[in-house]
Design a protein around this ligand. Sequence first.
Ligand code: ADP
Ligand code: MG
Length: 342
Amino acid sequence: MSKRSVLLTCAGMRVDVVRAFREALDGLGWDGDVVAVDANPLAPALVKADRGAVVPHASSPDYVTALAELVTAHGVRAVLPLADLDNVELVAGRDQIEGAGAALLLPDLAVAEAMFDKYRCHEALLRAGLPSPDTWTPEELPPDPPLPLLVKRRWGYASRDIYRCETLAEVRFFVGYAGVPVIVQRFCPGEQFSIDVLCDLDGRALNVIPRTMIESKGGESIKGQTTADPRLIDLGRRVAEELRLVGPATIQCFDEPEGLPVTDINCRFGGAFPLPLAAGSRYPELILRIACGERVEPHVGRFTPGITMTRFYDAVIIPEGTGAAGPGQVAVEAESQGPGPA
Ligand SMILES: Nc1ncnc2c1ncn2[C@@H]1O[C@H](COP(=O)(O)OP(=O)(O)O)[C@@H](O)[C@H]1O
Ligand SMILES: [Mg+2]
């Protein structure tokens, strides 16, 4: 039997995802490697993966070619991003990745582009009859909008460039100060939730796992609890299926008396990945199976509610002269440091 490996892009610090795919391959009894890539040779996930490779930045014209070469070299069957930054590039290069033999766990180009653009995401939600808070481009902002408002980076990620404004003068200031394209959005005062979904390659929601956001740091949830709130499960399924998401995605919303406005959709595993996994998501195993052509039946709502995650930092020590490739090197294989506590 040929290899059935997985390739994780923009792997960065996501050792938790690397480990979960290793365990999933072992659990399935499959011969396959976890291949992790990043443009930064010091990305810890490169060291913890079976194969770590430094690749050009996603904006490079050589990015997808470098990935396709790894797909061929390592028998990769599934490719998925662990950050937002390369989703559009991956989808644009879908033919090359699929031509090399791997399924790409991302939606179509128009959907991927819209999910990375907070203004188009808002439009897509409204078009599908789904809740989204009032959102404007700075030019469209009405003279008397409801306050407070948020100025948010339009192609934003990791909570960068988000400013709360109590007055229109503040809005005008932060639109200029941001220095990047922004949107202006109604501030949602309710409790925030995240919903971790997995869709198959046809866009069917296989599972939907909501969680609370007890505490976040740098845009990443570090404390949270799974919840079986049927309103959130229903919202997650509708968003995933109406917007035609494919693969793992995280949907963020606020709980308000009038509904559950959706403020962000990311086509990748949420930062709180260990929590839905501990709740029984089995998302890595399901991804490997659907990428290899198996049909997995939807089982929305089947997970353990009420479990809590609290995270901590850990470190990888790279011995002198081994491990990560030197700065500036490209497409250099970093040998695994072997198993061990991360
Ligand atoms: N409309 C909103 N109302 C209140 N808080 C918001 C709103 N939009 C975003 N936030 C806060 O800012 C954080 C980052 O915003 P988000 O839209 O998720 O962008 P990013 O792509 O950077 O994750 C959210 O997790 C939330 O805490
Ligand atoms: Mg977000």
